[in-house]
Design a protein around this ligand. Structure first.
Ligand SMILES: [Zn+2]
Length: 184
């Protein structure tokens, strides 16, 4: 029986392997083969990392946050878990995860953990600098927020969508970067 072409490259478990006739020969460990292996293992690693990071944040977040987050992920056009972070570089994924769990440098969180005296927004004086206030309300970021709104449309300006829709989340992370608010 003729073997299918891909039997040469992957075993039954989808693992990469050299073609049978090339397996023992060092001369065939050519660059393109090495690159294929490296790329595949990098992808596996990145995937595992994203999953671990997500699990950690999801499970260790306090119960109230987890409830908020679960409610958030039930919104239409939003996704959850590793698929949300797919293709995102790590610093961006980390910031997104922090905002989704509320564990970030905003005063509401810092105050809860007694790092600051009150939860007030330093920029406008509003009594709670929450994720919602920062993303959708604070007048201090009006200009950058207007750019975000122009890009996504006014109906997109909810926390659930901004942090739960894959495309919106990327734009939201650009907004966050421009505000400079979450910098250490
Ligand atoms: Zn404010």
């Amino acid at each position: 029986m003729r073997r299918r072409w891909f039997d040469k490259w992957f075993d039954l478990h989808g693992r990469y392997r050299l073609p049978r006739d090339q397996r023992a020969s060092p001369r065939t460990s050519g660059r393109h083969i090495a690159e294929r292996i490296t790329k595949a293992s990098h992808q596996r690693e990145a995937k595992a990392m994203a999953k671990t990071q997500w699990d950690e944040l999801w499970n260790k977040a306090n119960p109230t946050t987890a409830i908020t987050l679960r409610r958030m992920t039930k919104m239409p056009d939003t996704v959850e878990g590793p698929s949300l972070y797919k293709g995102m570089h790590r610093p961006m994924a980390t910031t997104l995860a922090q905002l989704r769990t509320g564990h970030c440098r905003l005063n509401q969180y810092l105050w809860r953990f007694k790092k600051v005296d009150n939860a007030d927004c330093d920029k406008c004086g509003y009594q709670r600098e929450t994720v919602e206030h920062f993303l959708t309300e604070c007048p201090a970021y009006y200009g950058v927020r207007r750019d975000l709104e122009k890009a996504l449309g006014p109906e997109a300006m909810t926390v659930a969508f901004l942090l739960g829709n894959r495309e919106a989340a990327k734009a939201t992370m650009e907004f966050v970067k421009k505000t400079g608010r979450l910098k250490a």
